[in-house]
Design a protein around this ligand. Structure first.
Ligand code: PGA
Length: 258
């Protein structure tokens, strides 16, 4: 536990249709009818965001996140979505640089960096994902990969802007595999991530930045993970598809803050 407010986000990926989101929200918002000790975020597909936003009042317990955004303001970018469109559907956060976007859609740190700036300039908050593959970890490249991703994706970001950025550390080998990093592995790696932030932005900014863990977080392992000093919340895929399961993970964060 630390003085940083935890942020627990669902990454629904390409799941949950607009009508499914309505029933998810009616159940979830019954459990969390007002703001809690943690920030709760639901990362939905673009069409689902539009529907979900109708159910989120300004003082609701949850905020919405998009799972991607194009850095340009508008123009001939078939199939893409810009910041103005996301703002119009009450989107507060944008998940950027998820490992699936990096590996399946070829996103580079440079492109992710353009998106980080576009999201910040639009007054939204990036959830910037970083993480190493198993080969990289076993090959001794853990630190160079993470520091390269951080320095590349955060190029020309100011210390002041860091207040609006959340980092999600997600080891690629733990995403959707059922293999979770041990709390010790996650803590050690996230302490390293914080040390890189300190190198770039100074100790004060690094100490205030929220760093989520992601990769097979479940109700059964959430409490132990979030009790660690440098783990300030989660980005949850599979276990967030069910509102009751995600509610249990959120509750672990609320209990940790108490
Ligand atoms: P997972 O996904 O919880 O299903 O491992 C996490 C993520 O990809 O953000």
């Amino acid at each position: 536990m630390s003085n940083r407010k935890s942020i627990i986000a669902a990454n629904w990926k390409m799941n949950i249709t607009p009508s499914e989101a309505e029933s998810y929200l009616s159940s979830f918002l019954q459990t969390f009818s007002e703001p809690t000790a943690v920030d709760i975020v639901l990362g939905a597909s673009f069409v689902t965001l539009a529907k979900a936003s109708k159910h989120i009042t300004p003082n609701a317990a949850v905020d919405l996140a998009a799972q991607n955004m194009h850095p340009e303001a508008n123009g001939a970018f078939t199939g893409e979505t810009n910041a103005a469109m996301l703002k119009e559907v009450n989107c507060d956060y944008v998940i950027l640089g998820h490992s699936e976007r990096r590996s399946l859609f070829g996103e580079t740190d440079d492109f992710i960096n353009q998106k980080v700036h576009a999201v910040l300039n639009a007054g939204m908050k990036p959830i910037l994902c970083i993480g190493e593959s198993l080969d990289e970890r076993e090959g001794g490249q853990l630190e160079s990969v993470l520091s390269g991703q951080l320095k590349g994706s955060l190029a020309n970001v100011t210390a002041d802007q860091m207040a609006d950025i959340v980092i999600a550390y997600e080891p690629v080998w733990a995403i959707g595999t059922g293999v979770t990093a041990t709390p010790e592995q996650a803590q050690d790696t996230q302490a390293y991530v914080r040390s890189v932030l300190a190198e770039i932005f100074g100790d004060e900014v690094a100490g205030a930045t929220r760093i989520q863990y992601g990769g097979s977080v479940k109700p059964g392992n959430a409490a132990d993970l979030i009790s660690r000093e440098d783990i300030d919340g989660f980005l949850v895929g599979g276990a967030a598809l069910d509102p009751d399961s995600f509610a249990q993970i959120v509750q672990a964060g609320i209990d940790d803050a108490a």
